[in-house]
Design a protein around this ligand. Structure first.
Ligand SMILES: [Mg+2]
Length: 308
């Protein structure tokens, strides 16, 4: 494990460093509190720190307090190194945010077990954060395409509409649907169908601006949320996605075949139209028209709130 070691006394620092390295740890040595603080503010800083209490420029207690003020995740585990062994001192050290303390001169065996306990906490914390990240991702993403799921994309749309109502900026929504998707599944099988959805997701993502969002609305239907995008630009984006499919067939393990998409586009200018249902309803109607009039086309529904 990477351990930050801040100790102004050269001999103690070298002794500790040698001991920690002997146990297989990587050591980031610092000779005062300020150096330690600077190290801790870098990316990927050590999550286990050993701080001497008495140090020039900034003492270990101050560094501890500053670390705790940050409230960052993952947690930084602090062991205070001190020549002070009175109960009051130890209480003060722990109150400043240290998790544990070691009195100097240090006993290698004691140091070893305390480091071991610290590593258990740090690793447990890392595992928990990892699990949390995975479950957050699963709760908001579609497992097949990796896009936002319906719940998440509707949440994004709602937030963007609230912003648009406040700022009066435009926002466009594109509903996209794979034409004759059932036929793909019937003719080439479900694996090919899955591949169509994955490729649709990839192609749409590639053609969007970085601040646009796309989600799988359900089945073979997608929804694109384009903040600050007027009707003309939204129609252009839909058209570009449509053309991309027109010129590039889908390659799957079950064969190569053409796929087309139909699109419904709606735009709003905020004010009286902050409801997700309204703009989705409008885009959905346009998508229906695109399907009715022969598929493989983009239909613009009109602007919500253009009267205001
Ligand atoms: Mg000192």
């Amino acid at each position: 494990m990477r351990i930050l070691l801040a100790e102004d006394d050269v001999i103690t620092r070298r002794l500790l460093e040698a001991q920690l390295k002997k146990w297989g740890h990587e050591v980031v040595p610092c000779s005062d509190g300020q150096q330690a603080w600077d190290q801790l503010n870098k990316d990927e800083s050590p999550k286990l720190v050993i701080l001497d209490w008495m140090m020039p420029v900034m003492d270990g207690l101050t560094v501890s307090k500053k670390i705790r003020e940050l409230e960052t995740r993952p947690y930084t585990y602090i062991i205070l190194l001190t020549a002070k062994s009175r109960k009051e001192d130890i209480v003060e050290g722990l109150e400043a945010g240290a998790d544990d303390y070691i009195t100097k001169p240090f006993d290698p065996q004691e140091l070893r077990v305390r480091i071991r306990a610290a590593i258990r906490i740090v690793q447990l914390q890392e595992d928990l954060l990892e699990a949390l990240k995975t479950s957050e991702f699963r709760a908001t993403h579609d497992s097949l395409t990796g896009l936002w799921n319906r719940y998440a994309i509707l949440g994004i749309l709602e937030k963007q509409l609230a912003r648009s109502t406040r700022d009066g900026c435009e926002i466009s929504v594109i509903m996209a649907d794979v034409d004759h998707f059932k036929k793909v599944n019937d003719n080439y099988g479900h694996l090919a169908g899955d591949e169509v959805l994955r490729q649709a997701a990839r192609r749409m993502k590639n053609l969007l601006r970085p601040y646009d969002d796309v989600g799988r609305y359900g089945g073979e239907e997608f929804i694109l949320v384009l903040p600050g995008c007027n009707a003309e630009s939204a129609v252009n984006i839909a058209e570009r996605i449509r053309l991309e499919f027109e010129k590039t067939p889908v390659v799957s393990s079950e064969g190569t075949f053409p796929v087309s998409l139909s699109f419904g586009v709606a735009t709003t200018k905020g004010k009286d139209c902050s409801r997700t249902d309204d703009i989705i309803g409008l885009a959905d109607d346009a998508l229906y028209k695109a399907k009715e009039s022969g598929r493989n086309r983009v239909v613009f529904a009109g602007e919500l709130g253009s009267r205001t």
